[in-house]
Ligand binder design. Structure first.
Ligand code: AMP
Ligand code: GLY
Length: 425
């Protein structure tokens, strides 16, 4: 990397807004482009309204703009082969090739890799026949964990203690997909470790914790994530060491020795049991949303240089440092999210940020649009999130809520207990 870079970010969520904000502070970045982007990215970058499921369209946009680095937010384009396509034109891509994107695209494939590498995770069986239902529900105790083996955007997993619901989830999945995984339920506390990785090295970013259920106290349906904070104290330094030794290092050793090594972020979702033993819940092949909103602001090194290094196999040459701050983000979701979000309602009170000494807070936009009258309106399930960064977690959470409590959106939903597990410790 000699001169300043032009960067293209793929995606349109809060995660991509967070990446754009982080990159706008990078001394190695000249111009930031986002496809398709959102209201937030339009303020600090140039949005391009293209079809991101079409790798050729992304390739032609990148070539036309003279892009030096493409950073891929969502998993679907990676599973479809976007990195393979960019690699063949020698455009550096932060995000793995399709073969490795299957670690997220196929739960079965992820399980097979973990089995091969002896990585701790839940036992599972794959079912092909509805008639096997009873035997398997007797084999594993409730709650039952049923996973479709498809890219389902976080909606392919059912965790239930109702035999009736477990049976119908299994039957539906077999009917639609031809097979389904039933997994042993893991007790414990979840956390997310975002690992930047290439063949030369890996770097674990500060551990975070998402809040996947819609309602306070982890009740209600699973969502894409209703808020997050970092660093998550549940991941003590000794647990992080175990995560590295038992999960990250075996994955890195395996992936670095391949013809096309893994380059990008490997999201390691873990369950930590009462004895502090981590087991993998899932791998994602990208940054988490909303984990990115709380993790990127904690990186003090130049993130443009960091991402470019990982995309070109030079990660071992950069030093990665972190701020000793905490961060929290609270998601504001539309009425009826996650089933059928109601959109098109006016948002107000969102044009606010906080800067008081070392405490900062601001809005990360996601499903927000601007209508013909210039009003902010909801345009998706997760509308925006308010993110606070501060010397202590308590201050970060308070600053996020100061912003979120000031925003009006008809019948919107947000959790009022983000980071509660950290405060219970
Ligand atoms: P996944 O998409 O595989 O991460 O599953 C979605 C959510 O379901 C996870 O974040 C967990 O909260 C829960 N989950 C998945 N697998 C298990 C398991 N084996 N034991 C307990 N909870 C699980
Ligand atoms: N926050 C969970 C995910 O990004 O998959």
């Amino acid at each position: 990397m000699g001169s300043l870079m032009d960067i293209l970010i793929i995606g349109s969520g809060g995660r991509e807004h967070a990446l754009a904000i982080g990159l706008s502070d990078s001394k190695s970045v000249k111009n930031i482009h986002v496809a398709p982007g959102n209201v937030g990215t339009s303020i600090i970058a140039q949005n391009h309204d293209i079809d991101i499921s079409n790798s050729e369209e992304i390739l032609s946009l990148s070539s036309g703009l003279g892009i030096d680095l493409v950073i891929v937010g969502p998993e679907a384009p990676l599973v479809e082969g976007l990195a393979d396509c960019l690699n063949s034109s020698e455009i550096p891509c932060f995000g793995p090739i399709s073969k490795w994107a299957n670690l997220e695209g196929s739960k079965k494939y992820a399980k097979e890799v973990m089995e091969k590498l002896d990585i701790p995770t839940a036992n599972y069986v794959e079912l092909f026949e509805v008639s096997e239902n009873h035997a398997i529900l007797d084999k594993y105790k409730p709650p039952w964990v049923i996973k479709r083996d498809v890219l389902a955007g976080g909606k392919g997993v059912t965790v239930t203690s109702s035999k009736e619901m477990a049976t119908s989830s299994i039957n539906n999945a077999i009917e639609i997909d031809g097979s389904v995984l039933v997994e042993e339920f893991m007790e414990g506390e979840e956390a997310s470790i975002l690992v930047i990785m290439d063949e030369s090295d890996y770097v674990c970013l500060p551990p975070s914790q998402d809040h996947k259920r819609l309602k306070d106290n982890d009740e209600g349906p699973n969502t894409g994530g209703m808020g997050a904070y970092a660093p998550a104290p549940v991941v003590t330094s000794s647990i992080l060491r175990r995560v590295e030794e038992e999960i990250v290092q075996p994955m890195h050793s395996y992936l670095k020795n391949q013809e096309f090594p893994y380059r990008g972020c490997l999201y390691v979702g873990i369950m930590i049991d009462i004895d502090g033993a981590p087991r993998v819940v899932e791998f994602n092949v990208r940054f988490g949303d909303p984990e990115t909103q709380v993790t990127i602001p904690l990186i003090s090194s130049d993130i443009g240089e960091l991402f470019f290094s990982a995309a070109t196999g030079n990660l071992s040459k950069v030093d990665v440092n972190f701020h000793s701050y905490s961060s929290a983000t609270v998601v504001l979701a539309s009425n009826n999210y996650p089933s059928r979000p109601i959109i098109g309602d006016i948002i107000s009170g969102n044009n606010v940020s906080i800067e008081e000494g070392e405490i900062r807070a601001f809005v990360h936009y996601a499903g927000t649009a601007i209508n013909a009258d210039g009003d902010y309106v909801s345009s998706g399930g997760r509308v925006l999130s308010a993110t606070g960064i501060a010397p202590t977690l308590k201050e970060a959470v308070e600053a996020s809520y100061q912003i979120i409590n000031n925003i009006q959106l008809k019948d919107s939903q947000h959790r009022s207990d983000i980071a509660f597990r950290a405060f219970e410790r």
